[in-house]
Write a new protein. Structure first.
Length: 111
């Protein structure tokens, strides 16, 4: 049976559901990025950080070699020992979009 919400509570309920979805999606993005990050010393994987706000979330990595490693592009010769990898950011982004769509649908069905 669907949950019953009074008309004057719909706003608060919807906002809470959106906040929860953003939080869960940000945490899941962090988890998947860490899972897919190539490991040599583990520094790149350990450097992923989360910035969470009320209606937005971000996962980022401040290491200077993170963007080329994530994108799978050639690295400057000065970064010896850091290997070129296959790009994984697009795959993670696509997976996360599917995850968000699924979670949003679940919220809609259980509300």
């Amino acid at each position: 049976m669907p949950r019953q919400i009074r008309l004057d509570q719909i706003d608060d309920y919807a906002l809470d559901q959106i906040k929860t979805l953003v939080k869960v999606a940000t945490l899941e993005t962090d988890r998947r990025l860490k899972l897919n990050t190539p490991v040599d010393t583990g520094r790149l994987r350990a450097s992923w950080q989360i910035k969470q706000e009320e209606f937005s979330g971000a996962v980022f990595n401040n290491l200077p070699y993170a963007p080329p490693v994530v994108a799978g592009v050639d690295l400057p010769p000065s970064w010896k020992g850091i290997q070129r990898t296959t790009p994984f950011l697009d795959a993670v982004a696509k997976d996360i979009q599917t995850y968000i769509d699924s979670e949003a649908g679940r919220i809609g069905r259980t509300s």
